[in-house]
Design a protein around this ligand. Sequence first.
Ligand SMILES: [Zn+2]
Length: 170
Amino acid sequence: MKKKDIQYIKGDKLKHFVKVNDPYLPKGSRHGVSICKGCHAIYKEKKWFIDEELYKTNIKKKTARIVTCPACLKIEDNFPSGVVTLGGGFLKNHEDEILNLVRNEGERSLRDNPLERIMSINKNKGRINIQTTNEKLAQKIGKAVYKAYSGELEYKWSEDDKFVRVNWNR
Ligand SMILES: [Zn+2]
């Protein structure tokens, strides 16, 4: 184990956490190009991005490895990294506009980073649940709704920081 893979957290007890590699990142594709058969996202030089032209060229030349990207895998496995729950009386009266804001945030994120996506939006007993493929997007959605409509916003992180629950109420 390399030293930089261990994060020390100061406290009464010196705890250490081992940084686990994201199991959803493609293996052995550090060099060359991988493309996702699901969403056409391209993995190159450790970055995922969308480039439909490059996708077509690679498919034609058969130069890329065909994979399923981390976001598509999480959607297949129904394994979200973030869940946003919206609730409250104000939500009931402004549901459509708030949902528009949420979807816009999802689309903007997808353009910047194809791994940041909304997986599902469900309504349940007056609440709206939004699952996201990545924890940053869940935070962004919460922040955007809070910025536009104020209310109450809270983030709850899992111990390993890989999952976040975002609750907004108004
Ligand atoms: Zn994909």
